[in-house]
Design a protein around this ligand. Structure first.
Ligand code: 5GP
Length: 192
């Protein structure tokens, strides 16, 4: 392991927690057919594992958004690049995210989805960095509380790298990573 980053949540911890979340969601939605919506690209790894732990009929859909300028400077307003292709009226919608940070993007996205009149709308996030929250937003399902340090792996990227790491790494020196974006590639070689 390099000193640039350390394992914050290992693959086994993630697997156990995703199983637990899947069981909870299965219990909460029994008798219903939820629509799980993931936001490209970070949330897709979590979504792929989560749906296999939910023992219910369900649908999955993807959305892609792009902030107007930076996330904070845009106050969370996003342009929808890819939208769900079904009518959400009367559906039980569960938005699946990798991480909720300031909550700006998510609250805007939730308001868009709410306007489509689903019968329920909940948020499931693998990581919740509640300490950074700017807008009040409490996800119904949370995998782990996340400290205020930059993380990569399990869908989360740095300049499009590291989404395929099985563990979630906490980056202690983002300046060094910016200087050498490949600096964590050795973690891909660590056998599971
Ligand atoms: P926010 O909640 O601030 O509107 O934005 C959340 C989004 O910012 C996440 O979906 C993710 O794409 C990105 N993000 C926030 N924190 C991190 C982090 O520590 N690592 C990575 N890779 N992306 C992050």
């Amino acid at each position: 392991m390099t000193e640039l980053a350390r394992v914050l949540f290992g693959r086994e911890d993630i697997r156990h927690r995703v199983e637990e979340l899947g069981r909870t969601i299965t219990g909460d939605y029994v008798g219903r057919e939820p629509v799980l919506i993931s936001v490209l690209k970070g949330g897709t790894v979590f979504l792929a594992d989560l749906i296999r732990q939910i023992q219910l009929p369900l649908e999955t859909h993807m959305m892609a958004v792009s902030p107007y300028g930076g996330a904070e400077e845009s106050m969370g307003r996003v342009r929808i690049l890819l939208d769900v292709e079904i009518d959400l009226t009367g559906r039980d919608v569960l938005l699946v995210e990798d991480i909720v940070d300031t909550g700006l993007t998510l609250s805007y996205l939730l308001s868009i989805l709410r306007s489509r009149r689903p019968s329920s709308l909940e948020l499931c996030t693998l990581l919740d960095r509640s300490i950074r929250r700017i807008v009040p937003l409490r996800p119904r399902y949370v995998g782990f509380d996340c400290p205020d340090t930059f993380v990569v792996g399990y869908g989360l990227d740095f300049e499009e790298r590291y989404r395929n790491l099985a563990d979630i790494l906490e980056v202690s020196d983002t300046t060094a990573l910016k200087a050498d974006p490949d600096a964590l590639l050795s973690h891909l070689l660590v056998a599971g």
